[in-house]
Design a protein around this ligand. Structure first.
Ligand code: ZN
Ligand code: ZN
Length: 635
């Protein structure tokens, strides 16, 4: 039942549209009216609303999980990180909730029974609270009512403060606990992040109108330089690009820190403020840049650069440059983080890479939160290339972000600049995908398969080889080594089939040697192949004991021998060493067709082994280079 009264201050008609409403701001004179039964009390004027980039309006209707709601009131709340709009909503079934907007993101939260909750001082960022399905504390602080409009079901006055803890739970759950001005929870609001599209609010026309919101031209109070505020409604800090002074944006610019004039900026930003980048299908604008570093001392610090990008509908994201390597970094929902020595997030397992204290060293441009130079956060990075999960915490906040490695060529293309204009890549980045990783396993499988095929071919051809001639050659008694009398010429024999021809001899040698100068000749008198072979067997004894080397066996291979009738001619030379008395009388000779050569098989196996072995070694040295920058180098 709506309830209409005249404003005690200006006489305008004021309507309390909801039974539950206790306070209402007169839309004509901004008097705050408090209802107590039929009595209306004017408790004084409230401040004008602060201009914010909100797309919402009082009275607007939307729906959440199929239930219709209406926006009934708005509270502008000052948090440590900035001024946020919190819209009070009423559902048609009487339930109440909040639609909170911060940094371009929205959460719809319903009033729930706080139940058994820890005390305010027990809520530590990065830790989970008992009960409430293990929600993680991500932010604690004190909030202050700046001003309000519309009607509200609770008595809130400008200047009123309360302790709060923000929580993130699994699957996008989000909650805020209101501790009043003490330790005990007095209210809890539970819900999740939601987009305007999901809520049926904030029409695209207004989105476009906001996207065109004019940048604001200002003058640096320190150096009189011309500054452009691209997000005048959101930015909390501006670092002057001319004098380096860090300025607070509170309606007018106030200087809060003057930088060392000799050393304004510790780095040369890769992009100009206001530069546009086309990434993931939308156009982002560079709002600010900062250099951060970590390390044990000022002389051994490791630094990287972060560029803050903004897009009206998608909000904020970072582009991070570290030794010429780039990552695109977005906020991630901490409630979905599974702790442990390895972190689990979004179905992926991340391995710890490095923990450090990260410090803001130098900055330029505008930032939507109260950033300070020298600000320190505890940071820990976990990797699952090409992804990198970063946890950053302070005494009051726990922030989770998810970065994705992006090639510098893609960064250059996004900004429409030439790749050499970007910093040169050095080393391997924590999140850089290993270019060899996916190839190692399949290559070894190919190696095994190919080796098996080669061995089968070898064994198969071995079964196909045939002996085509075999005899024992007797040296004529009294024949002299190398003399024509010693020459052996075989009877003609048939060489059938295909493949090579192997000539093998065996001589019973003992501290003696046999050398053969051979010819395999076609009986049609076409010489087919000459070969030489030598066998020698030596033995003896020295201070290390008995020794022997060589053997009585020798082989020669002839390739490209066509089938036909052949004779074998062997011209032998032989001799002894030392005092050997053994005289060579005969030796055996065998001619075999189609003998597979084990040495060829071995060479082939070694050659096909080289490729997977090389890729494996490249892959492993890539990983060594990656981990050399981590806390786990050398392990
Ligand atoms: Zn009034
Ligand atoms: Zn300046």
């Amino acid at each position: 039942m709506s309830y209409e009264v005249s404003c005690p201050s200006c006489g305008s008609a004021v309507i309390f549209a909801f039974d539950a409403s206790i306070i209402r701001v007169c839309s004509s004179c901004r008097s705050l009216l408090v209802r107590d039964g039929a009595r209306i009390e004017n408790v004084g004027l409230v401040a004008e609303l602060v201009s914010t980039p909100s797309l919402l309006r009082l009275g607007e209707t939307g729906s959440y999980q199929g239930d219709a709601f209406q926006i009934v009131g708005r509270v502008q709340v000052e948090h440590p990180a900035g001024l946020w709009d919190e819209w009070r909503i009423a559902f048609s079934d009487g339930r109440l909730g909040w639609l909170a907007e911060s940094l371009g993101r929205r959460h719809l939260l319903l009033d729930v029974d706080p139940g058994d909750l820890p005390a305010f001082s027990q809520c530590r960022p990065g830790e989970r609270i008992r009960g409430r399905s293990a929600m993680m504390v991500i932010d604690v602080g004190v909030a202050t009512v700046k001003t309000l409009e519309g009607e509200l079901p609770q008595d809130l006055r400008p200047g009123e403060t309360w302790n709060y803890a923000d929580l993130a739970g699994p699957k996008g759950a989000f909650a805020t606990i209101d501790f009043g001005d003490g330790e005990a929870a007095r209210a809890m609001y539970l819900g999740r992040a939601a987009t305007l599209e999901q809520l049926g609010l904030g029409h695209l026309g207004r989105e476009a109108g906001f996207a065109k919101a004019a940048a604001q031209a200002l003058q640096c109070p320190e150096c009189r330089g011309a500054l452009t505020l691209r997000l005048p409604d959101l930015s909390k800090r501006v670092a002057c690009p001319y004098c380096g002074t860090l300025l607070a944006v509170e309606g007018s610019l106030q200087a809060i820190e003057a930088a060392d004039k000799q050393n304004k900026l510790s780095f040369e930003p890769a992009f100009k403020l206001g530069a546009k980048a086309r990434l993931d299908g939308v156009t982002w604008v560079v709002l600010g840049a900062m250099e951060r570093s970590s390390g044990p001392s000022d002389y051994t610090r490791y630094s990287w650069r972060e560029y803050l990008l903004h897009e009206p509908i998608r909000g904020f994201r970072w582009l991070v440059e570290d030794r010429g390597h780039w990552t695109v970094v977005d906020n991630a929902h901490a409630g979905d983080l599974e702790m442990g020595t390895k972190r689990r997030f979004g179905g992926q397992t991340f391995r710890h890479f490095v923990s450090s204290e990260a410090r803001v060293d130098s900055l330029v441009g505008e930032f939507p939160w109260a950033v300070t130079r020298g600000e320190i956060t505890q940071a820990a990075d976990y990797i699952a290339p090409p992804l990198i999960l970063s946890e950053e915490s302070t005494a009051t906040e726990f922030n989770l972000s998810l970065g994705r490695y992006i090639e510098s060529a893609d960064v250059a293309q996004a900004f429409g600049i030439a790749a050499p204009a970007l910093p040169r890549k050095e080393g391997v980045h924590a999140a850089q995908p290993n270019p060899y990783q996916g190839r190692v396993g399949p290559l070894w499988l190919w190696f095994l398969a190919l080796s098996a095929v080669l061995v089968v071919i070898f064994l198969f051809s071995a079964t196909r080889s045939r002996t085509v001639f075999q005899t024992t050659v007797r040296l004529p008694p009294g024949a002299v080594s190398g003399s024509p009398q010693a020459v052996f010429i075989s009877e003609p024999f048939q060489v059938t089939g295909s493949g090579n021809v192997r000539v093998k001899v065996y001589a019973p040698l003992d501290n003696s040697w046999l050398y053969l100068d051979g010819t395999l000749a076609n009986t049609k008198a076409e010489a087919v192949g000459d070969f030489e072979m030598e066998a020698g067997f030596y033995r003896g004894a020295d201070q290390d004991g008995a020794w022997s080397e060589g053997s009585g066996e020798a082989v020669a291979f002839l390739g490209g021998v066509p089938p036909g009738e052949y004779t074998l001619r062997l011209a032998p030379q032989w001799g002894v060493v030392g005092r050997s008395k053994r005289v060579l009388k005969d030796f055996q000779v065998e001619v075999r067709r189609g003998v597979p050569r084990a040495s060829y098989l071995l060479i082939a196996l070694v050659l096909i082994f080289l490729w997977p072995a090389w890729v494996t070694s490249r892959s492993s040295s890539f990983e060594t280079a990656r981990w050399s920058e981590s806390d786990h180098a050398g392990s």
